[in-house]
Write a protein that binds this ligand. Structure first.
Ligand code: DAH
Length: 386
């Protein structure tokens, strides 16, 4: 509480406020009061009043309070003056002392209230800038192969294809046999295939391999769906290949379309649509006759190099001057494969393709070396923010 100094006119001793003269003091405190002693008290009060502004926080105010009103404070020290006074003056001095002390305490309390009010106001008017972004730790990004796979999925989904997944550890049956790959086919050679060793406990796993391509998902789709079938199956595949341009782990996307009356023309038309949607340009495509055991006829699928234009007159570093980029293989599903999938080849026909995703990601992002895609170097990966 702020003690009002107005209750006691003699205590209103601010600088600039007229101090009562001796006769007024005598009137107030009675005869015998020492003018000099009271004026000393008033001087201390005036000094406190003048210095109150120094107390800009509670600690400084407390220091001021101790300096003036504490046990060894300036005002307390003046109590000793009492001893030198006449008995009549003692009472008057005591009254004056108490009144001035109360007034000074009132000043301190008033200042305390002011400081508290200021602090409250500052707290209430504090503006929290919510637009300020917090300091975040490192945020990862989507790997270019993942973003390429997602883009491929989006394009094929828009054309009515379902996206299927298949196991990385695959039955030899689906990876080879059912795809019309004979048991003596070189693709089964130890050089290419990671065979899964039987468990030491004895359980045979000799017929399991790390899938060497995404084509076994064709068989899985045929065994679980009825025509018309339209699926793609992107994913990781594994081969015992490890050099500058080959990685033992890489990615493919398989496509399969089976229905009555499906022909190679459907394959070509679908691929044209895909290239336009994926590369964002009407790039020419071509099918080059080739051999894959699971298709007949089979073809390599090429798309015209979109990068040649960048360096007119120079040999393009992407297609090395051939003007074509090979995306993978394709063809009409072999009747043996349809049969293995439980589909009647007399009634249904189908086309399939299998492309490398890593190469497409390299093309899209201008990545020069396949290795960069798999080394997990943060300096490379953070160049592909989400
Ligand atoms: N599976 C083949 C490979 O990994 C690629 C392929 C070729 C897939 C022709 C197909 C196809 O579906 O029709 O080399």
């Amino acid at each position: 509480m702020h003690t009002s100094v107005g209750d006691f006119p003699g205590a209103r001793c601010n600088f600039g406020v007229r101090r009562p003269r001796a006769p007024a003091l005598r009137r107030r405190y009675g005869a015998g009061v020492s003018d000099d002693a009271i004026q000393q008290l008033q001087g201390i009060d005036a000094e406190l009043a003048a210095r109150l502004d120094e107390a800009v926080d509670p600690e400084k105010l407390y220091a001021l309070q101790v300096e003036f009103l504490g046990k060894k404070g300036k005002l307390t020290a003046k109590r000793a003056l009492m001893g030198s006074l006449e008995p009549a003056g003692k009472k008057a001095f005591g009254q004056a002392f108490n009144a001035i002390k109360a007034a000074m305490e009132g000043r301190v309390a008033g200042r305390k209230e002011t400081l508290e009010a200021q602090a409250r106001l500052a707290e209430l008017s504090r503006i929290q800038d919510l637009t300020m972004l917090p300091q975040r730790g490192h945020v990862g990004s989507v790997h270019p192969i993942t973003s390429t796979r997602r883009a491929l999925e989006t394009v094929f989904r828009s054309m009515g294809f379902d996206v299927l997944d298949g196991p990385h550890v695959e039955a030899e049956q689906y990876n080879f046999d059912d795809l019309n790959i004979a048991s003596d086919h070189p693709a089964r050679d130890m050089q290419d295939t990671f065979f899964v060793a039987p468990l030491s406990g004895g359980q045979a796993a000799a017929d399991l391999v790390l899938r060497t391509h995404t084509s076994p998902v064709q068989v899985r789709a045929m065994l679980t769906r009825k025509p018309p079938i339209r699926i793609i199956a992107p994913g990781t595949v594994f081969r015992r290949d490890d050099d500058a341009t080959h990685s033992p782990t890489f990615h493919q996307i398989e496509g399969l379309c089976i229905d009555e009356g499906v022909s190679m023309a459907d394959l070509k038309a679908t691929m044209e649509r895909f290239v336009r949607a994926f590369f964002g340009a009407d790039l020419a495509i071509r099918l080059r006759p080739s051999y894959f055991p699971f298709v007949e006829p089979g073809a390599e699928f090429d798309v015209v190099c979109p990068f040649c234009e960048r360096t007119p007159g120079e040999t393009c570093s992407v297609c090395r001057g051939s003007h074509w980029i090979e995306l993978g293989g394709s063809g009409m599903v072999h009747p043996n494969v349809l049969r293995a999938g439980g589909i009647d080849p007399e009634r249904y026909t189908g086309w399939a393709f299998g492309f490398g995703i890593d190469r497409m990601a390299m093309l899209l992002h201008g990545v020069s070396h396949l290795r960069l895609m798999f080394e997990g170097d943060v300096r490379f990966l953070e160049q592909f923010p989400c």
